[in-house]
Ligand binder design. Structure first.
Ligand code: NDP
Length: 247
């Protein structure tokens, strides 16, 4: 596991957007960021799940969260503008984005991969990250230090048979991280961009990808949080353009 012990107030006064915050790793990251002092904006497509995370954060007396129901498949430019306007009026700035939401798509050969599904996976896993960053960069420029964290995968570095659109989307995510990282160095040196490869983690996506596997043998989302905290907090100010393993 990535070795980092976060100070208890690491994210105090930070405003952090987490996509796919209703389930799996995103849910745990949102709750963990709130535990370390952040005001978390919970973005996802299933409002009920987001409300459950919101209630959990409230029950633990962490800073009050905010909910943004948004389906990243089919979200239009005006949705992103509206999101930026809401964050601007509520908080005035943004200190971090965790791009975590993803679709697995089909485990199928690329030669016969359904083109409609291919486009859907690319919209959710890649295009939405671009549109979110473009809409929210002005708000991140207003932060003292801001961090963009992308979520990669082992198959985003070395593609494996039958990982189809998902693998391609994760290669694209690595490239997007590198582009933002190098270009922001000039444009907005207060913003850094990095990626996390979570490694095999006990979630419903992993269970769908490996139905034969015993989930008990896998790391939990809680186990992998040290790297999520490290990259979002100010202890990683000199880390930019890296793709790091959580396990
Ligand atoms: P889950 O499927 O458990 O959670 C994914 C989250 O993304 C869900 O909350 C889901 O919402 C949300 N989401 C999916 N589609 C959309 C959409 N169109 N609009 C908005 N939100 C959406 O996945 P994990 O927690 O396992 O994965 C988190 C990240 O980690 C992903 O980027 C994944 O690729 C990556 N990863 C995971 C690994 C693992 O072993 N678990 C290994 C390597 C990488 P809803 O709950 O409503 O479906």
């Amino acid at each position: 596991m990535f070795d980092y012990q976060a100070p208890s107030q690491l994210l105090k006064n930070k405003v952090i957007l987490v996509t796919g915050a209703g389930d799996g790793i995103g849910k745990t990251a949102a709750i963990t960021y709130a535990k370390y002092g952040a005001t978390v904006i919970l973005l996802g497509r299933t409002t009920k799940k987001l409300e459950a995370v919101y209630d959990h954060i409230e029950k633990l007396n962490y800073p009050q969260a905010a909910i943004v129901p948004l389906n990243l498949d089919g979200a239009a430019e005006h949705d992103y503008v509206e999101l930026a306007n809401t964050i601007e009026s509520e908080f005035g700035h943004l200190d971090g984005i965790l791009h975590n939401a993803s679709l697995l798509g089909d485990r199928a050969p690329i030669a016969s991969y359904d083109p409609t599904l291919f486009e859907q996976v690319m919209r959710v896993n890649v295009t939405s990250q671009l549109l979110l960053n473009q809409a929210l960069l002005p708000l991140m420029q207003k932060a003292e230090h801001a961090s963009i964290v992308f979520t990669s995968s082992g198959v985003g570095r070395k593609a494996k048979a039958n990982w189809g659109a998902y693998a391609i989307s994760k290669f694209a995510t690595e490239a997007m991280m590198q582009l933002f990282s190098s270009e922001l160095t000039e444009l907005s040196p207060n913003i850094r961009a990095n990626a996390i490869n979570p490694g095999a983690t006990r979630t419903s996506m992993r269970a769908n990808a490996y139905p034969e596997e015993n989930p008990e043998n896998l790391a939990t989302a809680e186990d992998i949080m040290p790297l999520y905290l490290y990259l979002m907090g100010n202890d990683s100010l000199d880390i930019n353009g890296q793709s790091l393993d959580a396990q």
